[in-house]
Each structure stands twice: as structure tokens, then as C-alpha cells.
Design a protein around this ligand. Structure first.
Ligand code: DX5
Ligand code: ZN
Length: 228
């Protein structure tokens, strides 16, 4: 057990927001204590669902959102959209390694464009896929559901994978954030933190709550009680 506290960040996923009022919803979750706007991009090809593109990211910036925008690309291929999202105001851009023919080239493209690169692993994808790139990454995102939809149940095996990923990050002395996405809520956020995560995507657990600030505050209370 270490005696320092991690710098925990909460990333509300706008997938669960009211899209007709997206600017106001993004404002509201940041005012409620959210740290990053998690922005899910689905192309109905890499995943069986379709969401929003760079125009909507740019619109949020224009609306006045200054918080980091954490773009999660669930698209294939990735390079063209990396450029478009960088130009639309993204902060982090993460992609699934299976969706790029040249992973290192795509990471470098994100950096060249002034954004922070991340890789995302599906539940069945091995950490081997990211080991060689970890030293370059600002974000490692482990999916705890199959990507494509909000409101799914957390896959418990992710806890073991988080422990393994945390060990790799710490052993390398990297500052890479370890993010978890899918089925994160008030009832499991503490054990997810104890397994090694420091960044928590939550869609339905925040946007489905009657009071966003209350939900985020309870998450922080749970995180403060995490032992690791
Ligand atoms: C799923 C998305 C998630 C989704 C999480 O493919 O990547 O970001 O919004 O939703 P919840 O928190 O409801 O499981
Ligand atoms: Zn996501």
C-alpha cells in the first residue's frame, strides 16, 4: 500500500447527456465537479453505433467549454479524424490500436497536432498491444465494457487488467493516466481505484443522476476512501 493519494479525475461521458442541450449539459457537469468531458466518437463500422464528429467538438469549444475534452475514437481508420479532432479543439485523443495500421505513426500524429495521445484496449485485448508505446502515452484507457453503448455492466476481469497496467506504468516511471470506461458507478468506483485507475469515465452514473454534483461528490468520497 502506498501512502500518497493519486490525482483522481472524473470524466463524465456526454454519450449519456441530452444531446439536444449538449452545451448546457457539458457546462453543468463541469460546474458539478467533472474534470474532463469524455467525448465518444462512433462510426457504425468499428463499433455498431453512430454518434458525433469533430463539428460537435468544435461547437462545444465555441460554446465556451474550456475543460479538457477527452476524445475516445471508436472509428477505423483513425488518422484523418485525429487531424480533424485536433483542429476542433480536442485535448486528449485516444484510439483503439486494432483500428490503426501504424500505431506509432498515429500516436506521433496526435502529438504533432498538439494533443495528448492515448490508446484504448477492449476487454479481450491484451496489454501486450500497448507495452511498446506506453512511454509515449498520456492516457491508457481500459474498456470495462464492449465499446458501442452506454449503460452496460462493468466486466469484473478489468480489475486484474488494471492492476497489471498500473504495475507497468509505475515500473516505467511514466505519468500516463490510467482511465477506465464502462459501467463505472458509485458502487464500484472505489475498488476500481484500488485496482489502479486514476481517471474514471462515467456516463449513466452522472447524467442519469438527479443531481450531477451530488453524484460526483459521492464519487470523490468513495475515492478518498480507496486504499492502495
Ligand atoms: C461506451 C463508451 C462509454 C460510455 C460509458 O462505448 O465508450 O464512454 O459512455 O457509459 P456508462 O458510464 O453509462 O457505462
Ligand atoms: Zn468512451
Amino acid at each position: 500500500m502506498q501512502n500518497f493519494k493519486r490525482d483522481f479525475k472524473i470524466a463524465p461521458s456526454i454519450l449519456a447527456a441530452d444531446f439536444a442541450r449538449l452545451g448546457a449539459e457539458a457546462d453543468a457537469v463541469i460546474a458539478a465537479g467533472g474534470d474532463f468531458i469524455h467525448f465518444d466518437v462512433m462510426d457504425n463500422h468499428y463499433v455498431p453505433n453512430l454518434t458525433v464528429g469533430p463539428m460537435v467538438c468544435r461547437a462545444l469549444r465555441k460554446y465556451g467549454i474550456t475543460a479538457p475534452i477527452d476524445v475516445h475514437l471508436m472509428v477505423e481508420p483513425v488518422d484523418d479524424l485525429i487531424i480533424q479532432f485536433a483542429e476542433a479543439g480536442a485535448t486528449y485523443i485516444s484510439f483503439h490500436p486494432e483500428a490503426s495500421r501504424h500505431i506509432d505513426r498515429s500516436i506521433e500524429l496526435i502529438k504533432e497536432k498538439g494533443c495528448k495521445p492515448g490508446l484504448v484496449l477492449n476487454p479481450a485485448s491484451s496489454l501486450e498491444l500497448v507495452k511498446n508505446s506506453l512511454y509515449k502515452l498520456d492516457m491508457l484507457l481500459l474498456m470495462s465494457v464492449n465499446p458501442g453503448f452506454g449503460g452496460q455492466k462493468f466486466i469484473p476481469h478489468t480489475l486484474d487488467k488494471l492492476r497489471e497496467a498500473r504495475a507497468l506504468i509505475d515500473a516505467g516511471g511514466f505519468s500516463t493516466r490510467l482511465e477506465v470506461d464502462g459501467g463505472v458507478g458509485l458502487g464500484n468506483i472505489r475498488e476500481i481505484a484500488e485496482a489502479g485507475a486514476d481517471t474514471f469515465v462515467a456516463g449513466s452514473a452522472i447524467f442519469g443522476a438527479p443531481d450531477y454534483a451530488e453524484a460526483i461528490k459521492t464519487m470523490h468520497t468513495e475515492l478518498a476512501a480507496a486504499k492502495f
